[in-house]
Design a protein around this ligand. Structure first.
Ligand SMILES: Cc1cc2nc3c(=O)[nH]c(=O)nc-3n(C[C@H](O)[C@H](O)[C@H](O)COP(=O)(O)OP(=O)(O)OC[C@H]3O[C@@H](n4cnc5c(N)ncnc54)[C@H](O)[C@@H]3O)c2cc1C
Length: 485
């Protein structure tokens, strides 16, 4: 892509900025290396490509004024800025390709207000902390409110990070991915200029900065929909056969009368990998089985048991909400990409792919691909609603890595069977989930980041900005309308 940043000049200017802003918490020691990374190493491809990237300094502002001071200084000196929440992203999303400043927002983390069904918070709030505070607001006999979907990294990941780099997670079975209409109601963002401005974008424009790796705007605050909190019962249900396991998971996911938060299918031999990865799961699954990890409301347990009996499963773990709370351990941290994390501890040759099936055909597609790819691709499915509301599943299949070419072939085989792939082995926004250059995203970047300083090198469409704006001026493309600022 076409950014040119002289590495030596960026280093010098960053050092000058650190010296000029002594009131800011700056990190310039060995910790910069860790704070310049995320979980890019889940991909053998990205591990090779991104290893060794390092910012020149990390700023950890606590207030909007401090953020403004860092942004103004970077913009005046043309220093690249990479925004960071907790760095749990997977594709080198918050790894700086051109050095400069990491803007770590983890200390900008206050819950601002909560109303029934809606809350507003600063971007650096950890999702577990936000849930803790909104759940505490329940009145007599109520457990309050909670985020509609959280990644399995909810303990450390920030709300801004989920918005900037994530997709959805636990709860998406009810509310779809974060991008579903009604989940994100507004964002307040700052422009990257010597005199930074702030602007509120309401839905649908509020999604223009979503999942673009912090390349087209710095999000300060988010206003999001909440769901009623329930006492979630956690269970693992084991099956001898794959067919019974997937049919059970699909039936439970689809059952409209069962209040639930999560249904995960881990086909054999993934349960065995998890058992080998950690003593925490000892005795919770039968060896060689296919396991379904489930969160249902405690009052829905009889209905869950009914389906378990119908499909011939065995409940091998059962924990009440109180037990989960007091042990501070949840099976959520073995689902979504935590499954990959634990499996990698046992077998370093594993990697993963991300996929989206077709509603209505998803069970058959999963069966067909399992038959075709055998032991090379291990089936991990998360049942979720699509953005439009249909029940479906997302795959985070584990892959026994052989070569980049074979990895590409495996992803192509999925596409050939009608399964959408969000390639997790690339670091350019458009090569991943987005799939193509989106003129609105590029036009938004022009407004918020006219110098192209935000996470430079990750947005392919930035190189096409002149053409996109010429097309818009000539009426060949119509762009989203942003408020005046
Ligand atoms: C083990 C594991 C499990 C995971 N499970 C899930 C899952 O269940 N669902 C899911 O969606 N993802 C999942 N992920 C990916 C990741 O955890 C989530 O996307 C998470 O929400 C990222 O939050 P973070 O604070 O760590 O963000 P970071 O990694 O710090 O940032 C992510 C991206 O957002 C940008 N960003 C951060 N804050 C802002 C801001 N304020 N303004 C603009 N841009 C910003 C960053 O520049 C970066 O590009 C998982 C990752 C791992 C390693």
């Amino acid at each position: 892509m076409n950014e040119v940043f002289d590495r030596e000049r960026t280093r010098t200017r960053t050092a000058e900025l650190v010296a000029a802003l002594p009131a800011i918490e700056w990190i310039t020691d060995g910790r910069v290396e860790r704070l310049s990374q995320d979980f890019y190493w889940f991909s053998p491809v990205l591990k090779r490509q991104l290893e060794g990237l390092r910012a020149d300094a990390v700023a950890r502002p606590k207030t909007e004024d401090e953020i403004r001071a860092v942004v103004a200084g970077c913009a005046a000196a043309s220093v690249p800025i990479t925004v960071r929440g907790s760095g749990t992203g997977n594709y080198g999303q918050c790894m700086p390709l051109h050095g400069g400043v990491i803007l770590d927002l983890s200390a900008y983390n206050r819950l601002l207000w909560v109303r029934p069904g809606v809350a507003r918070a600063q971007a650096g709030i950890r999702m577990m902390e936000m849930d803790r505070q909104t759940q505490a607001l329940g009145g007599e006999g109520s457990l309050g409110w909670e985020l509609r979907c959280v990644p399995s990294t909810f303990r450390s990941a920030t709300l801004g990070g989920l918005y900037g780099g994530g997709f959805g997670g636990v709860g998406s079975i009810n509310h779809g991915p974060l991008a579903s209409t009604g989940n994100v109601l507004g964002v307040r963002a700052m422009t990257i200029e010597p005199d930074p401005k702030t602007v509120e974008l309401r839905a649908p424009e509020a999604l223009l900065l979503h999942h673009v790796y912090g390349t087209n705007g710095l999000v300060l605050e988010l206003e999001v929909g909440l769901a009623p909190a329930h006492p979630w019962l956690e269970a693992i249900v084991c099956f001898e056969g794959f067919d019974a396991a997937i049919e059970f998971a699909d039936a439970l996911a689809s059952a409209p009368g069962i209040v639930k938060k999560s249904v995960t299918l881990l086909a054999a031999p993934i349960p065995d990998l998890l058992l080998a990865a950690t003593p925490l799961l000892k005795g919770t699954m039968s060896a060689g089985s296919h396991a379904v990890f489930v969160l249902v409301a405690e009052f829905a347990e009889p209905a869950l048991q009914q389906l378990v009996a119908e499909f011939g499963g065995t409940v091998t773990l059962r924990k009440t909400a109180a037990e989960v709370r007091s042990s501070n351990r949840t099976i959520v941290e073995f689902t979504w990409n935590h499954t990959t994390l634990h499996a990698l501890k046992v077998d370093k040759n594993l990697t993963y792919i991300q996929s989206g099936y077709q509603p209505g055909r998803h069970v058959q597609q999963a069966r067909t691909l399992r038959d075709k790819l055998g032991d090379e691709v291990l089936v991990h499915l998360e049942f979720i609603r699509t953005k439009e509301g249909a029940m479906n599943c997302s795959g985070l299949q584990l892959v026994r890595y052989r070569s980049d070419e074979r990895l590409d072939e495996i992803m192509q085989i999925h596409r050939d069977h009608g399964v959408y792939i969000a390639n997790p082995h690339v670091w350019v926004v458009e090569d991943g989930k987005q799939g193509q250059v989106n003129p609105d995203i590029v036009a938004t970047k022009l407004r918020f980041d006219p110098q192209g300083l935000l996470n430079p090198g990750k947005l392919r469409g930035w190189a096409e900005r002149d053409r996109i704006m010429a097309d818009a001026a000539a009426g060949r493309v119509s762009l989203a309308t942003l408020p005046r600022f």
